[in-house]
Design a protein around this ligand. Structure first.
Ligand code: 13P
Length: 263
């Protein structure tokens, strides 16, 4: 499979936003845009990652959207099944609620909630065992980039989890490259820098397993309508994980359109 035949994805990561009424309005607005200008699934697949308390209402509200928009959990427990783990939601419970997708290893989880390599690997292992599709987030800090360590850090993050992914499970893994210095800062990696890192990630994945080389690699970090077309034009950028701009239906829709048209 060449990079250009990999399906595009644009996923909105709402993080700890917004309040219920605004979430409902946001979905309503997005549904209206999709009603008037549908984005075909084969051109770009869409996903929304709301706060955990909103997963089911958002999923229900999206059920009658003109095109399929999947609901994505922002995180999952490192423990499987059910049990005495206060505050946690396991992969099996997500699956039980028909939530099929989950972000794992977001830099905000790594920074504020202690999600180190072992935790992230446990989460991926259980999510895949439950049959979920994982969007595994990787990315370097500004300091690491300025010290020339960006590639090494990112490839290490991929290696950290490679041993828990069985060959046949790679079809259920996407990677999101999100340079930490570009998240919420308005600074985007240049399309050249992003493409170069994505190509390295692709190479690294191909070395791990042939199937891994076919995984979609999304870019995240201040993606907005103004830079989406250029990013989408890069051969190894198969989509976007969008934070701030996904809180506005029109911006999110325009980003999805950019990927749908360019890919
Ligand atoms: P921003 O698009 O707000 O920079 O956030 C990116 C991100 O962290 C998506 O997961």
């Amino acid at each position: 499979m060449s990079a250009s035949t990999i399906r595009s994805w644009v996923i909105g990561n709402w993080k700890m936003n917004p309040v219920q009424a605004d979430a409902q309005q946001l979905i309503q607005n997005l549904k209206q845009l999709l009603q008037h200008g549908p984005i075909a699934e084969q051109d770009c697949q869409l996903g929304i990652a709301p706060v955990s308390i909103a997963l089911l209402p958002v999923r229900e509200q999206l059920e009658d959207a003109a095109v399929k928009v999947v609901t994505v959990a922002q995180d999952v427990s490192r423990f499987p099944a059910t049990g005495a783990y206060t505050g946690e939601i396991s992969a099996d419970l997500l699956k039980d609620s028909s939530i099929q997708f989950v972000l794992i290893g977001h830099s905000e989880r790594r920074e504020f909630f202690g999600d180190g390599p072992a935790v992230v690997a446990d989460k991926i292992k259980h999510a895949l065992a439950a049959g979920l599709t994982v969007i595994y987030c990787v990315g370097e800090s500004l300091e690491q980039r300025e010290s020339g360590l960006a590639e090494q850090v990112v490839l290490q993050q991929i290696c950290d989890v490679a041993s828990v992914v069985k060959q046949e499970q790679w079809s259920n893994v996407m990677i999101a490259y999100e340079p930490i210095w570009a998240i919420g800062t308005g600074k985007t990696a240049s399309p050249q820098d992003a493409q170069s890192m994505h190509a390295k990630i692709r190479e690294g994945l191909q070395q791990i397993a042939i199937q891994a080389g076919n995984s979609a690699i999304l870019y995240g970090g201040s993606v907005k309508p103004e830079n989406a077309v250029e990013l989408a034009a890069c051969p190894d950028i198969n989509g976007a994980l969008v934070g701030g701009a996904s809180l506005n239906a029109e911006s999110f829709y325009q980003i999805a359109q950019a990927f749908a048209k360019t890919k």
